[in-house]
Design a binder for this molecule. Sequence first.
Ligand code: GTP
Ligand code: MG
Length: 442
Amino acid sequence: MAATELERVSNAEPEPRSLSLGGHVGFDSLPDQLVSKSVTQGFSFNILCVGETGVGKSTLMNTLFNTTFETEEASHHEECVRLRPQTYNLQESNVHLKLTIVDAVGFGDQINKDESYRPIVDYIDAQFENYLQEELKIRRSLFDYHDTRIHVCLYFITPTGHSLKSLDLVTMKKLDSKVNIIPIIAKADTISKSELHKFKIKIMGELVSNGVQIYQFPTDDEAVAEINAVMNAHLPFAVVGSTEEVKVGNKLVRARQYPWGVVQVENENHCDFVKLREMLIRVNMEDLREQTHSRHYELYRRCKLEEMGFQDSDGDSQPFSLQETYEAKRKEFLCELQRKEEEMRQMFVNKVKETELELKEKERELHEKFEHLKRIHQEEKRKVEEKRRELEEETSAFTRRKAAMEALQSQALHATSQQPLRKDKDRKKASGWSSIYSVTIP
Ligand code: GTP
Ligand code: MG
């Protein structure tokens, strides 16, 4: 026998053998142990309500769980859709339920509704991510982990009687691979019986033609196959919500009272509220939880891990090895890092070269400017020098003329100073005579 053949035989799983027991052993109590453990642990159930503001989401939740959850009315002026989760601890008999109701506040109120679905998708993904992170931890505590993954999305359709809005189709299409969608027609008392029938057919036709996958009640479990198959045909459920109690006959029932009559919430001839409650809570709650884990979360987890580079087998169908995947990913990461580093270095060198060129160009320009200014300066200096020379010449000419003038003047002065002296003597002689006359004559 070849070595590989031998290996295959030794690795093959041995066939389990059937044995009959000689008496009671006790492992038939395993299901009871599971029930007891689950009851002690408690359950969580998370409902996402998507529908236009005021369509009746809160009223229906209150009616479904026969209580009053604190909710505030949403305004019609929200800038974008906002998810508001609220968690409540409920108890029925000895079963504890951690119920989270997530309201898509402001849905359908924006003028531009292109991105209305995004906050909802992001919220659902964020809950999956939280669970995945918990799973990937070295010290996991999934036992007491508060699972916030959305188990069901109740999609409230406005009772227009016409057809689905584009917003409804787009949103349901974006959500159908992430969550179990149960479409419901809200405020079904505002639409007549014949119109409602046509409306339901139209909605289902539109969902099918647009490829929207809504949640189908499972028919593989014999115990519930029949009822689930019947209920699948009733989708979308047309519901009425009310927390008001009205006396019908001698019984108080939850109903909506109008001047022309009373719409009883739990009357199957009036609406599908009872069908919804049966399917959602009493029959399929566990299936919704399981589908969320095994279908929607599994898909998210697979995509996420593949995105991170993990694979179950490589191209040659080798089994998955966490160590090898880690090493390969690390190598890939280091190569990428090196490539980025080289890219950045090259970028830096180019930048330096560019800056150097720019600086050189600037220097050349400055030099030219300097030379130009220098030439202008020299020209000016030359002109000033010329002017100075001219001025000096003029000054020396002037000094010479001045000296000549002064010489002339002094000559003239000398000449004139002789003449007055003679004249003075003559004048003095004359004045001597006049003084003699002035004494004698009078
Ligand atoms: P927001 O949280 O503000 O978005 O509103 P909502 O979708 O929670 O609606 P809510 O339950 O507050 O109901 C809004 C109004 O619709 C209230 O006046 C309710 O009484 C009324 N309403 C709720 N359910 C029904 C219904 O089934 N039929 C009719 N006719 N009215 C309803
Ligand atoms: Mg509300």
